[in-house]
Write a protein that binds this ligand. Structure first.
Ligand SMILES: [Zn+2]
Length: 303
């Protein structure tokens, strides 16, 4: 198992993380395709997924970022952890989170109704590599869908899956109350999240305040620094950082120099407190965010 080997980090005796990217894990195998989304959207930013396990059962929260990485994970679970029963849960439908699904076709796959609908709607483009550009990946449909909340048990560990409309309309966060831990998918990121649904920023902001009430001390986003994830995760200042970013992006969308504004302009507080740190590859994510937010909000009334 030398190729596609992630950095693994043990969060406690029943949760393990798998991390790719930020120059720590070699090649994704897609480097020959310029601007491919596996590198641009995941390996360049760093990406983790998480597995909760007990005895021979496991819940896999997101399936990693390419079919090859998904297969590596499947083999690791079966061979190293001796897992026989695997349930998948998807944080949202974006490709860097569902790309490993093909290795888990025979498993139960839990997802929001909206996640399943979005995969179905985009199925052809995902498979052909026309949605975010290449590579195309196989799609696998969720087997059990729900509209808002679902509780799942793995051994005696209770896992809460909860819908928040943050980052994507089909956002699903995983909570393990016994650990005071939250796994928010892409609702929170270090450095910042892609804004792909700019018209929904007001909704994202009110949902972020609701997320603040969940009072989780340990936060494990999908995209962040391996050192911090492996050292107990982020704290609730990561939620404040997401609020600061979205608030500033919205408030300043009609300023004359908006599209020149930097990450430092949008996140002064979070950078000062160390809630987040700038990972340079996020500069291009931020530039794309500026143009999407500008395009949507420059001639609309900002709430
Ligand atoms: Zn992502």
């Amino acid at each position: 198992m030398t190729q596609f080997t992630p950095r693994t980090f043990q969060i406690n005796d029943h949760v393990i993380g798998f991390y790719y990217g930020r120059g720590l894990t070699g090649f994704s195998g897609y480097e020959h395709i310029t601007d491919n989304w596996v590198n641009k959207g995941a390996w360049d930013l760093g990406i983790a997924n998480y597995v909760v396990y007990s005895g021979d059962s496991a819940l896999v929260f997101d399936t990693s970022t390419s079919p090859e990485c998904g297969l590596w994970l499947r083999n690791f679970l079966n061979r190293q952890l001796k897992i026989k029963h695997i349930t998948i849960a998807l944080s949202h439908w974006h490709l860097d989170h569902i790309a490993g699904l093909s290795a888990f076709r025979d498993c139960q796959i839990f997802a929001l109704d909206s996640t399943a609908a979005l995969i179905e709607q985009n199925r052809e483009a995902i498979e052909n590599g026309n949605l975010w550009g290449p590579p195309g990946i196989p799609t696998v449909m969720p087997t059990h869908t729900f509209s808002n909340d679902l509780d799942v048990k793995i051994g005696d560990i209770t896992i809460q899956l909860r819908h928040y409309q943050i980052h994507s309309r089909d956002g699903l966060a995983m909570f393990i109350l016994a650990d005071q831990a939250m796994y928010p998918g892409d609702m929170l990121e270090d450095t910042l999240s892609y804004i792909v649904e700019p018209g929904d920023i007001p909704a994202h902001l009110s949902e972020l305040s609701r997320l603040q009430q969940s009072a989780s001390d340990r936060i494990f986003p999908s995209h962040g620094s391996l050192a911090r994830l492996a050292d107990g995760g982020y704290n609730s200042s990561l939620i404040a950082a997401a609020i600061e970013y979205n608030q500033n992006m919205l408030r300043q969308a009609q300023c004359a120099n908006f599209t020149d504004m930097t990450i430092e302009d949008m996140l002064p507080q979070a950078l000062k407190t160390g809630a987040i740190a700038i990972w340079e590859n996020y500069r291009s994510v931020h530039r794309e965010n500026l143009s999407r937010v500008y395009e949507y909000w420059y001639n609309r009334k900002i709430p």
